[in-house]
Design a protein around this ligand. Structure first.
Ligand SMILES: Cc1cc2nc3c(=O)[nH]c(=O)nc-3n(C[C@H](O)[C@H](O)[C@H](O)COP(=O)(O)OP(=O)(O)OC[C@H]3O[C@@H](n4cnc5c(N)ncnc54)[C@H](O)[C@@H]3O)c2cc1C
Length: 460
């Protein structure tokens, strides 16, 4: 039995702890904040997340998928809200069972912590890791009353984008490399309550998006039918930025102008806008993730990404699933397990980081772009006509377990195919399906064969 310490009890830490307990290890989970099941959380930090194939698969592997889905809302497509109030619904998948799940970060966190404790994980809250002696395998954390030391065999850093564990690897590892790049936009949480008659204010089974180029509003349903919303906007700028919206009147005018169809459904808007913090969004890439076969980073601590593919947590959960797989494969030989984990998963994390940034740019630049919409239209036709041969990059990332690196490579091949099919095409419906099939057979099918890729969706 290995004595494992997991630093960080957010989303990835508790799931990792559950997996490690299932492998028979002694696990202590340290979390800087107080126990979320006992305290009321600060406003504006109770965001909803989209749970997709990779996250569900990881939960399934520890027998918790069904229960997690029970506290989530199935989301079958996007509802785009134009400025004039016109609504366009785009289904995500080929049928409504191919969907995403909206889940409250707080509810998921509480659920995983409870399940971890049930299995015998020792949780310590208000326990902030302060320093680590990597040679002696000893860490110091600030407890609620005093500083304490803890000896470990293996330490996992799942302590988020600003990881303390990463800081100590960096201090002790001369060839440690890190880039931490923020995008110019930030986000703010807002809410939309139930209507007076207790009915949902919007269609529950859709991710609602108000795309406006450089800024956008998104809404995901809560279990009771109310919505948690996220406003994404540049931090700085003369207008349509968090800096510029510096008075109640300006916020009111901005929402009336940009999101006129929902402003009346958000009675707490002005107070929430004032009270809720603006969060930053960035990408962390670093290496190595593993130090001395005894310390390992995962989740956002290893690879924080921007949220425009809805994959940060899903990728972190997939880290846990792969780690568990390698623990079985190498019969608990930690040196091999950690080395293979990093070798395999770091390129995948880099790939989804890049794809998430591309989505951010795509959302900003391509809203209303005729060519872009034509390509999306053709892609939807290919997915329908060739269900076993063609799945969009979004679909591969969201509904399959195809490694992110392969999704990225397939996406590049698809781009070229779509470019060729769309050249001189007037309308998506007129796409040459014979040519499409020939291109798929010539370029995509060999890739699938060489990389063992199946575009079948993940189901459990
Ligand atoms: C606006 C937004 C929307 C998002 N939407 C999605 C989505 O739809 N789908 C998706 O998959 N992902 C999404 N993400 C990403 C997702 O939130 C993260 O990838 C995920 O929370 C990472 O989990 P984690 O456990 O690695 O880190 P965190 O959730 O950040 O948890 C880290 C934990 O470590 C604790 N900690 C920090 N320092 C210390 C210390 N020194 N000692 C002890 N504990 C410490 C923190 O208190 C925290 O509880 C979104 C992110 C944002 C910002």
């Amino acid at each position: 039995m290995t004595k494992v310490v997991v630093a960080g009890g957010g989303l990835v830490g508790p799931l990792l702890s559950i997996m490690l307990r299932k492998h028979g290890h002694e696990v202590t989970l340290l979390e800087k904040r107080s126990d979320p099941r006992k305290e009321v959380l600060d406003g504006g930090r109770s965001i909803n997340l989209v749970l997709t194939s990779r996250g569900i698969n990881a939960l399934y592997s520890v027998g918790l998928a069904r229960q997690a889905l029970d506290i989530s809302v199935a989301v079958t497509g996007r509802m785009m809200h134009a400025k004039d109030g016109e609504l366009t619904y785009q289904p995500y998948g080929r049928d409504p069972s191919e969907c995403n799940y909206s889940i409250s970060r707080l509810d998921l966190n509480k659920f995983l912590l409870t399940e971890a404790e049930k299995l015998g994980v020792k949780t310590v809250f208000s326990a902030e890791v302060e320093s680590i002696d990597l040679e002696q395998k000893n860490l110091t954390f600030k407890g609620s009353t005093s500083k304490m030391n803890l000896q470990y065999d293996i330490l996992f850093g799942s302590d988020g984008a600003g990881s303390k564990v990463r800081e100590f690897i960096q201090k002790n590892c001369s060839d440690f490399k890190i880039s931490n790049e923020f995008i110019p936009s930030g986000y703010k949480e807002l809410t939309m309550p139930l209507r007076a008659d207790k009915s949902p204010p919007l269609r529950k089974d859709a991710l609602h998006i108000w795309p406006r180029g450089s800024h956008m509003l998104m809404a995901l349903a809560n279990l009771d039918g109310s919505f948690t919303m996220t406003l994404y906007m540049p931090h700085k700028g003369p207008e349509k930025s968090f800096e510029a919206l510096n008075s109640t009147q300006k916020v009111q005018d901005y929402f009336s102008r940009e999101f006129s169809d929902v402003i009346d459904l958000m009675p707490g808007l002005l107070d929430e806008y004032e009270q809720n913090p603006v969060g930053s969004l960035g990408t962390v890439r670093c290496s190595p993730w593993v130090f001395g076969s005894s310390v390992c980073l995962l989740g956002d601590a290893a690879h924080a990404i921007v949220p425009f593919f809805g994959q940060g947590m899903n990728c972190g959960f997939e880290d846990c699933a792969y780690l568990s797989l390698f623990l079985e494969k190498y019969n608990m030989d930690w040196h091999q397990v950690l080395a293979e984990f990093e070798n395999f998963q770091r390129p995948n994390a880099n790939a989804i980081a890049t794809m998430a940034l591309e989505n951010f740019i795509e959302m900003q630049r391509k809203v209303g772009d005729e060519n872009f919409l034509k390509r999306k239209g053709v892609e939807a036709i290919l997915e329908k006509e060739f269900p076993t041969l063609y799945r969009s990059r979004y679909g591969l990332v969201t509904y399959t377990l195809v490694p992110y690196v392969a999704c990225q490579a397939i996406g590049l091949i698809q781009e070229k195919i779509l470019e060729e099919l769309c050249a001189e095409l007037d309308r998506p419906e007129n796409v040459d399906l014979k040519k499409a099939e020939a291109l798929i057979q010539e370029r995509l099918v060999p890739f699938y064969k060489n990389h063992g890729v199946s575009v079948e969706r993940f189901q459990f």
